[in-house]
Write a protein that binds this ligand. Structure first.
Ligand code: ATP
Length: 572
């Protein structure tokens, strides 16, 4: 119920539009009823061969109701679809606004396929909340009230009978179909989520699945999910067919009951025979808005489920939030890390354990250490993806939490091991770093990053995940992004780890040139060109175990020297 109330709050701003759409929906069915009644009147009256003039008014009525029905139906659809698209736009923006601050810390718990399902299908399900859930019962209620009054004029018994049949069609049949199809809508949605997850895994991991011989198993799992989803859908369709037939039967039952109630009045002369004919036709037409009601209850179940999944995202608190009055990024952005400890949620041991170091403006340091030592975790804390558990990071003497995380990220350029390229053009991929960059700036950045060959191909598509570019070219695109962003702090997190020897050397040279004058943190476990750093911090199991310049560390007999010797023996 709480979810439903929250969902209706979503459409509250469109209340008057919805009231208008329901009223027009009612007028449309009313015109249908009027059309059948006047037609019935003409046929019944004509059988008595009256003068033509006696039929003029009803002929005009047929024209008016016939035309009104079409025009009103169009207006009702126009307004209800307008409401639907407004809700859709609101939901999508709401969802994107909510999801962005959750990345990456909070989104790690969701599979991509599941998120995709929420963005596409769940929102699509909710966009119809007015047309499928709120609108039809309103129209049915108004038509029901109209019919009770209409029949009440002739007989209280007939009014009670139509009320009974309308209640059976409007409440009984929907409850029965809901009971029969309980869990079906949710089951179908869950199957679709599993399908999305399996499909994404298939697209992204075809190579691995093939290499390890798991492709047939994966495809079999996809087939069996499809099969069980089809079974659920078939059951759903059968139930839908059943409720349509039941509503039809109730309509016929209502006609018989009304005839049974009113024929004695006609026989006794208390009621005109023509009135009986037109009332009977009105009863038939009045069931039209009751037909979609069983589906309404099913949509309600699906919408509640979609709402729950959406609110799960919308209600999640971002890991890092901007303070109420964030400070401007300081010109003196000296970095101090003071007794910094960090434990990932759900983890029992500290990933970083009381780390302290300082990084004056313009200095270059390297963070080295074996895999899993916690090097990238430090990057995540700098980028404000996570909050420090203990200790603090300061920028220009001010706690990093006092700045807007967005502002911090604007002032730190990060190049990681794998540069993500969107399935877009080169230009679009670069505008990410500076949305208002001119073509001239983009071309200069490309040339300085060693990609002059792309300056004439700004609108060339980079392929899915930048597949049309080589690993080195992708990293150079990341360098061009740094140039465009022109942030004072640069973090290179294993930026050249995936490249071959020659490309690695070339890219490293370019990186060296562009980071001159900037504060630089290089994270690596490969000890190459270490002489150039002002300081090297050696990290092991979350602690700084050594620090100094290359010569000092080589003079010692610690982890750094062991790593260096191991690597330089292994790669002569
Ligand atoms: P590498 O050189 O292999 O990239 P690293 O030194 O950068 O390693 P981190 O990526 O910082 O190491 O990881 C440090 C530890 O934290 C690892 O044991 C890792 O399993 C754990 N870890 C990393 N990310 C998460 C996460 N999101 N949730 C829980 N544990 C994590």
């Amino acid at each position: 119920m709480k979810i439903f109330l929250r969902l209706t709050a979503l459409v509250k701003p469109y209340f008057w539009w919805m009231a208008l759409a329901a009223l027009i929906g009612f007028a449309t069915t009313g015109s249908g009823i009027g059309l059948l009644m006047t037609s019935g009147y003409i046929i019944a009256k004509a059988a008595l061969q009256p003068p033509m003039a006696a039929l003029q008014l009803s002929i005009l009525g047929v024209r008016v109701f016939g035309l009104a029905r079409g025009v009103l139906r169009y207006a009702e659809r126009l307004i209800s679809h307008n409401i639907t698209f407004k809700i859709l736009a609101k939901l999508r923006l709401w969802f994107y606004d909510a999801i962005e601050p959750l990345a990456p810390a909070r989104l790690m718990h969701f599979k991509s396929g599941d998120l995709l399902q929420r963005i596409v299908d769940d929102i699509q399900s909710l966009e119809n909340i007015y047309t499928r859930v709120l609108g039809p019962p309103l129209t049915a209620l108004l038509v029901g009230v109209l019919m009770w009054f209409l029949l009440g004029i002739y007989s209280l018994q007939a009014a009670l009978l139509i009320m009974l049949f309308h209640l059976l069609a409007g409440v009984g049949v929907p409850l029965l179909t809901t009971w029969l199809s309980r869990g079906l809508s949710v089951g179908i949605m869950n199957h679709k989520t599993v399908q999305q997850i399996l499909a994404l895994d298939l697209f992204q991991g075809t190579g691995e699945l093939q290499v390890y011989g798991k492709l047939p198993e994966h495809l079999a799992q996809m087939r069996s999910t499809e099969k069980s989803k089809l079974l659920l859908q078939r059951k759903n369709v059968l139930i839908e067919g059943m409720h349509d037939s039941l509503t039809g039967m109730l309509m016929n039952g209502a006609v018989i009951a009304i005839l049974w109630a009113l024929i004695p009045a006609v026989s006794s002369g208390g009621m005109n025979g023509i009135s009986l004919a037109i009332i009977t036709l009105a009863v038939i037409a009045s069931f039209e808005p009751f037909l979609p009601l069983p589906a309404t209850v099913k949509h309600l179940e699906a919408d509640k489920h979609a709402g729950e999944r959406l609110f799960e995202i919308l209600d999640a608190k971002p890991e890092t939030e901007a303070p109420v009055s964030p400070l401007p990024f300081p010109a003196n952005h000296e970095i101090m890390v003071e007794r910094l400890s960090f434990t990932y949620p759900g983890s029992f041991s500290k990933t970083l354990d009381s780390i302290s170091f300082s990084l004056p403006v313009g200095q270059h340091i390297a963070l080295v250490g074996p895999s899993g030592a916690g090097k990238s975790t430090i990057t995540s804390l700098f980028m404000r993806f996570w909050n420090c558990t203990e200790g603090q990071i300061t920028l220009g003497g001010l706690n990093i939490n006092l700045f807007d995380p967005e502002e911090v990220r604007r002032n730190i350029s990060l190049v990681s091991q794998r540069t993500y390229l969107f399935a877009e053009t080169i230009r679009e991929n670069l505008l990410l770093a500076k949305p208002n960059a001119s073509d001239e700036e983009i071309k200069n950045a490309l040339s300085s990053a060693g990609l002059s060959q792309f300056t004439s191909k700004l609108d060339e598509w980079t392929g899915q995940h930048g597949m049309k570019l080589s690993g080195g070219e992708r990293q150079r695109i990341a360098i061009a992004r740094i140039l465009l962003q022109n942030a004072p702090i640069v973090i290179l997190d294993e930026a050249t780890a995936n490249l071959d020897g020659v490309t690695e050397r070339e890219v490293t040279e370019t990186l060296k040139t562009i980071s001159a004058g900037k504060t630089l943190i290089t994270i690596t476990h490969r000890l190459k060109g270490m002489e150039q750093y002002d300081r090297i911090l050696v990290l092991e199991k979350g602690k700084i175990v050594e620090q100094g310049v290359h010569g000092e560390l080589m003079a010692g007999n610690g982890l750094y020297r062991r790593m260096w010797e191991l690597q330089h023996r292994a790669t002569p």
